[in-house]
Design a protein around this ligand. Sequence first.
Ligand SMILES: *Cc1c(COP(=O)(O)O)cnc(C)c1O
Length: 407
Amino acid sequence: MTLGESIPSVARIGQGRLSGRVWPAGAVTGDNRDLVVGGVSLTRIAATFGTPSGVLDEADFRARCLRYRRMLPEMEISYAGKALLTRAVASWCAQEGLSLGLGSAAELAVARSVNFPAERVTLHGDRKTAEDLKAASDYRVGRIVLDSFDEIEQVASIAPDGQPVLIRVDPAADPHTAAETARRVLARARSGGPRLAGLHCHLGSQVVRVAAYEEAARRMLGLLARIRDEHGVTLGLLNLGGGHAVPYRHEDPEFDLGGFAGRVRAALGYECDRHRLPHPRVAVEPGRALVARAGVTLYRVGVVKRDTGGRTFVVVDGGMSDSARPVLRTAALIGRHAGPVVREVTVVGRRGDTEDVLAEVTLPADVRAGDLVAMACTGAYHQPSNDNLVGSPPLIAVREGAAFSLL
Ligand SMILES: *Cc1c(COP(=O)(O)O)cnc(C)c1O
């Protein structure tokens, strides 16, 4: 742990680099206790765009894409757009050679508006509407993931014949449903319907245990073998989903991507040999792991309150919508000298009640109204809520000293 990590106010550490474990990879402390991301002063962003403001470090996002491509060179890296999708983010994915996993007609429209290559797009969703399927079919997306028996006919009626589909599998469940879905898709294809291209699974979110993916890969290979045995069809694509965990505090565990690569490769190699199957192409779909740490959100402190139990509540001018939101987070007080004493505080949104807890963080004990607080790791699943009709905070991308609005 560096000094910058141990002290929750960048006010005290002078010039220095912060850790990319939680903060954007290029974050440094600047003059006047500032925090500088992508070469741009966050106090200047707050002054220019107001608070709350989301800041997204383009270089951090691209670097994490590159790392996935380098560590998993034989795999397809598909960014899960539901973590955060804007036209700029979709363009970055296109340029970094990533694919996109999307979940609605609206998301497809964003990708299409930047000419994201259709063959690298996968449509997901357990409640796909006819509009979603129509948008996917007009765009000619590379894959549609089937989530139920009913979707076989829906896709057959809307998408062109031969539309590649994957079957969504719960690797912890009885494989019978997946095998039965495969049987029905293959049967439907005989009268001109979607083409079965592979299997998909998604284990959940904030998964730390690499072995969970290894087990899932083994079960999925078993299913591929069963489908080959029962129908004589060898499927070529295995999508292992996302869920790779991200640390929200310096002490949180980090997903071991190298371990993931090694164990998944070994498991697939072993199972392919055992079942005499060719190696399927493997795809992974990280969302949070690619974008969470590129994001920093700036809040202005409105009120500091203490309850009778001695807890300190810092009421800020924004809310948060992260559904799986980790409450233990990292924040820093920026833009002024703060005292050396720190305390654990509860940061709450502008409603100011216990329903609107944004985070438990450590801040300088003299935190007061008017202070600027930078919350780390807010790039994923942090789309603003519309409580009190406050409206959406701006989202500002920063790159090499320049800032531009994304929304
Ligand atoms: C949400 C989701 C992802 C991404 O999950 P992360 O936890 O952000 O990595 C990937 N695939 C599917 C199908 C999803 O629903």
